[in-house]
Design a protein around this ligand. Sequence first.
Ligand code: F6P
Length: 355
Amino acid sequence: MGNRKDDKRIAVLASGGDSPGMNAALRAVVRAALWEHYQVFGIQNGYEGLLHNEIRELTSRDMGLIINQGGTMLGTARSAEFQTREGLEKAARILHEHRIDALCVVGGDGSFRGLMELSEFYKGQVVGIPGTIDNDIPGTEYTIGFDTAVQTAVEAIDKLRDTALSHGRLFFVEVMGRNSGQIALSVALASGAEDVIIPEERTDVEEFAQRLEAGRKKGKRFGIVVVAEGAPLPREVERARVLRAEAPDPNVKAAIAPEESPAFAWAEVMRPRIGMNIRVSVLGHIQRGGRPTSFDRVWGSRTGDAAIRFIKQGLTGVFTAMRGGHITPAYLFEATRGVRAVEPEMVQLVRKMGS
Ligand code: F6P
């Protein structure tokens, strides 16, 4: 551990899916730590890199020219080995060998779960900084990268709308978010979509078709439906999948192949039901990249700095949560309890505005 009481050695890593603004958080951790005269070490490639001893000391200059860059300058990874007891013990051993007093992890709920498990073997302080485009972590109103991802998707939809309008088409646009509808809801609202399909809601095929048909009858010639990647499939597609799994008979044909996305599935079942020309667009990983918005840079900087403040205060097992717009320490276990709920008003608002 550090030589003097105030002479800490801090390590930082990014874990899980990258998100725009993570670099601002890493930069802030490093510079705030140096401000306190701590030594800072960057771990490449997340927990996987930790297991491979990929640790190097960072200076303030290492953090230059990254605040405006997407991705993460330390790299990131998902590690299977880290999820084993042996992996956790090895990771703790490596941290102890490097005399690391505190570990900061920028990542999502899976990364926080890993951090909690690690702290059973690692004796130093652990602090999480929520960073994921999904904004799905319970206990915090915001995770770094969400604003940029939403902006990227909205810009893509603005382009899709041009061609939707020219051809009189209805686009089903699939956005990321894993099991959460947060991205889909904000994207739908900000892009003026007609409707949204999210994991938190069971969408009825016929009711949905009626809503779209009603819009068409009111004169809507084109439109956008935002579909979250984790949204449930239409019941008939789910049934077809079950049939196919139970009886892999070549005569039992489903409309949708199992590997296809909810946006394709919903487009497929709507085609025979509504009189509109339908197309599908899956935005995918494009939402994870690009220059972070100023909000993500500011929040990344503030939470990176707060992580060092929490360490200085002697806190451990906490993350930098946003509550009422302010930063506060919250226990890591809070972040690992399911998926942050969506606001029902948001769902209604999308439909009201898209009507
Ligand atoms: O958690 C961020 C996220 O981009 C999710 O929205 C998505 O489901 C997942 O990661 C994709 O993971 P991968 O990059 O491993 O394909």
